[in-house]
Ligand binder design. Structure first.
Ligand SMILES: Cc1cc2nc3c(=O)[nH]c(=O)nc-3n(C[C@H](O)[C@H](O)[C@H](O)COP(=O)(O)OP(=O)(O)OC[C@H]3O[C@@H](n4cnc5c(N)ncnc54)[C@H](O)[C@@H]3O)c2cc1C
Length: 394
């Protein structure tokens, strides 16, 4: 069997390597000429994502480019720590990675394993027959395989080919920004990640590998301004708006005062998507963000994608298509939908935040002691492991 994988972001190379382990050959087709250049910034791989990477021998390479995160610290708009959540398993902490580094390592490992990654091949259409599927690309070329796997992200073309009526991703009303300022004037601890809940929004910040202060935040915008358009507006203008919005909060005020446009990342509109109603046809399937995009507040987008990639390969190893696709969906849908609900609840807490902001800093330490036990909150999520050797039964 030969699989055509569309997209070489996070999910594509992991799927290719998992298929290789399952004894299935694949080729990857990526729209960009090089790794996507408009999606920099930090990304947190949760412990369950690291576990899934381990199945295909990618946990160590990712730890090699990652910085372990052992504690989430919550601060209020005056910089006061009001809660801290430790990782459940000190031996398998989350890994904070730079997205370009992650892409490089995943694609590099796939290429080193002999998997072909074709760049500059944007899928525009696909035709499916009883025996196979042909992918058509924007450059006029086409290629035929036995199955086609859409790992082409939140704005997936494959999702629309499978189901032209699939709901579009929902714009969150927020634009994403990040950056790095020199030094560690705030005295941030190693292996800690900070969230400051200010008057009008939050700021995430952390010490970088170079000893600088990395940060990210959102700007509300009624218009879903995409990355390229947001960059045309210019980092200087966004910085001005962020200083205006968050200038009353500590440490946002200090961090944004030190930030310069040339060290900023302008990511643009952020989307979420309830898991797509249809994941597959007889020969085509979607995986990763193409199928499910939980809210950013879960920190699970990449980890869910990696888990799904490994599970899809396990199903294809043990079952014929299209049964393998149906069982894959059955295995994965409950978990990704539970994670999406968990994200919705987090977001709702933030929306209801007016009151909670005022009381959170007082109540959180008590709540943490009484009922917000990390094991109960994340045990089901972070300790999840895929049993690769277990046979998938229809
Ligand atoms: C600002 C931001 C911060 C985030 N932070 C985190 C985090 O901390 N932790 C976390 O777990 N997740 C995070 N996420 C989510 C995470 O980035 C995604 O869940 C993850 O990248 C999904 O991987 P993917 O490979 O499915 O999609 P992508 O990484 O988007 O890759 C899709 C690939 O497909 C290619 N492609 C698209 N269309 C076509 C086509 N027609 N033909 C060929 N190729 C195509 C694209 O160029 C791209 O390379 C964040 C997302 C954003 C936007």
């Amino acid at each position: 069997m030969k699989a055509l994988i569309i997209g070489s972001g996070v999910t594509g190379p992991v799927t290719a390597l998992a298929l290789r382990k399952a004894g299935i050959e694949s080729e990857v087709f990526e729209a960009y000429q090089t790794s996507p250049d408009d999606v920099g910034g930090w990304l947190m791989i949760a412990p369950n994502g690291v576990n899934a990477l381990g199945v295909v021998g990618l946990a160590e390479p990712v730890r090699g480019i990652g910085r372990p995160n052992r504690r989430m610290v919550m601060t209020d708009g005056r910089g006061k720590r009001f809660a801290a959540i430790d990782e459940l398993d000190d031996n398998n902490p989350s890994q904070l990675v730079l997205r370009p580094d992650l892409y490089r390592v995943l694609a590099g490992r796939a290429a080193a394993a002999g998997i072909k990654i074709h760049h500059g091949r944007r899928l525009v259409d696909a035709t499916e027959t009883a025996d196979g599927v042909t992918a058509h690309f924007a450059d006029g070329s086409s290629v035929t395989g036995d199955i086609l796997i859409g790992a082409d992200g939140v704005h997936s073309a494959v999702r629309k080919l499978i189901d032209p009526n699939a709901p579009a991703p929902r714009y969150t009303g927020l634009l994403g920004f990040g950056g790095q300022v020199p030094g560690n004037d705030l005295g941030l601890g190693r292996d800690e990640f900070y969230f400051a809940q200010g008057k009008r929004g939050f700021l995430g910040y952390s010490l970088t590998e170079d000893g600088d202060t990395g940060w990210f935040t959102n700007v509300p915008s009624a218009e879903p301004i995409a990355g390229p358009e947001a960059r045309r507006i210019g980092a200087a203008e966004w910085l001005r708006r962020m200083r205006e919005l968050y200038g009353d909060d500590h440490p946002a005020r200090e961090i944004l005062a030190a930030a310069t446009p040339d060290t900023m990342l302008v990511l643009g509109a952020m989307h979420i998507m309830p898991s797509a109603p249809r994941w597959h046809t007889d020969r085509m399937v979607i995986v990763g963000d193409a199928a499910h995009v939980p809210s950013n507040s879960t920190g699970q987008g990449a980890s869910m994608s990696i888990e799904s990639a490994v599970e899809l390969a396990r199903c294809l190893r043990d079952l014929p298509v299209p049964q393998a696709f149906a069982v894959f969906e059955k295995l994965r849908r409950p978990r990704v939908e539970k994670v999406a609900e968990y994200g919705e609840r987090n977001n709702q807490d933030k929306v209801n935040g007016r009151i909670s902001q005022a009381v959170t800093s007082v109540l959180a330490p008590v709540a943490m002691k009484l009922f917000m036990k990390p094991e109960k909150m994340f045990g089901w999520l972070h300790r999840y492991e895929i049993d690769w050797d277990a046979e998938v039964i229809a």
